[in-house]
Write a protein that binds this ligand. Sequence first.
Ligand code: FNR
Length: 185
Amino acid sequence: MGRKVALIVGSLRKESFNRKLALALQDMAPESLTLTLVEIGALPLYNEDLDNDTPPQAWTVFRQEVNACEGVLFVTPEYNRSVPGVLKNALDVGSRPYGKSVWAKKPAAIASSTPGGLGAFGANHHLRQSMVFLDVPLLQQPEIYLSQINKAFDEQGKLKDDGIRKLLSGFMSAFAAWVDKHASD
Ligand code: FNR
């Protein structure tokens, strides 16, 4: 077993391309990492009024799941040139109560993809903006913005293109080194 890393997908769609991408990344992760899907679809919308001694059970479970990990890998689509609300909600839930954020100092990386032509760059970089405030050491290179992701998988959900596979494999190696580097912080 490698270091445990939370794999968080910004789409709830059953046939989500980003979920397929996340599973492909899970498959090709170096042995030093164990990527575990952490689901965000059942988290009630963040409301400070509920964040008292008995917060919603789903928030507590989510916070525990991320806390148990040594890193986070976000794989996200773009909604209206930004981060899907469901992912932003998960960031907000994990960031509170104040002073107990699950994200702080946790090494992370972002991959974004879209059937469109711009690689979900807008979502990727809006997510980076939140990462700065959340004090997340975020992998800078290589950047992953995948366009035409609808053409990338075969019927079994496997990546068809060797070029993309090579790019992603390099990304995962860099991320594994990044997690290692920050593990002792
Ligand atoms: C989209 N889509 C989209 N795509 C994009 O490249 N830039 C964008 O700003 C948007 N905006 C957007 C808003 C909303 C509300 C939806 C539902 C969709 C299209 C999006 O990339 C496409 O639906 C992907 O298939 C979503 O990712 P998953 O669910 O396949 O992972």
